[in-house]
Design a protein around this ligand. Structure first.
Ligand SMILES: [Zn+2]
Length: 122
């Protein structure tokens, strides 16, 4: 297993914990963030895997995340029906008239109301 990928996935998982777990989310977050950045990748991967495998939801999330990352590394697109983990970027008019979601690589349009260039939503 790619231990570096496990660390990166664990970092991404922190943001998802409130959706994946109920009362255990805080406990797992503390456990994951307690692993020092200076720890060697293989040691950190063991600690992360042990912590995440305790819960069905986080174990599955990690499993899907690692497989998607491996597929991306090989140059394949995720299978149809597998939700993309990366949310589509939202662009908004600086004056708040309009918002637009970029679903594929394409130029950002101007606001349909005032013509100002849309900016990434903060
Ligand atoms: Zn506008």
């Amino acid at each position: 297993m790619n231990t570096k990928a496990v660390r990166l996935a664990a970092r991404a998982m922190l943001a998802e914990l409130p959706h994946l777990l109920d009362s255990e989310a805080g406990e797992l977050e503390r456990e994951l963030t307690a692993i020092p950045d200076s720890a060697p990748d293989d040691m950190a991967a063991v600690l992360i895997t042990n912590a995440i495998n305790r819960y069905e939801s986080t174990r599955k999330w990690m499993d899907v995340s690692i497989r998607l990352e491996a597929a991306r590394a090989r140059g394949f697109q995720p299978l149809p029906g597998v939700p993309n983990e990366i949310p589509a970027p939202v662009f908004v008019c600086p004056d708040g008239h309009w918002s637009w979601v970029r679903l594929r690589p394409e130029p950002v349009p101007a606001c349909i109301h005032c013509g100002k260039l849309l900016a990434p939503k903060p």
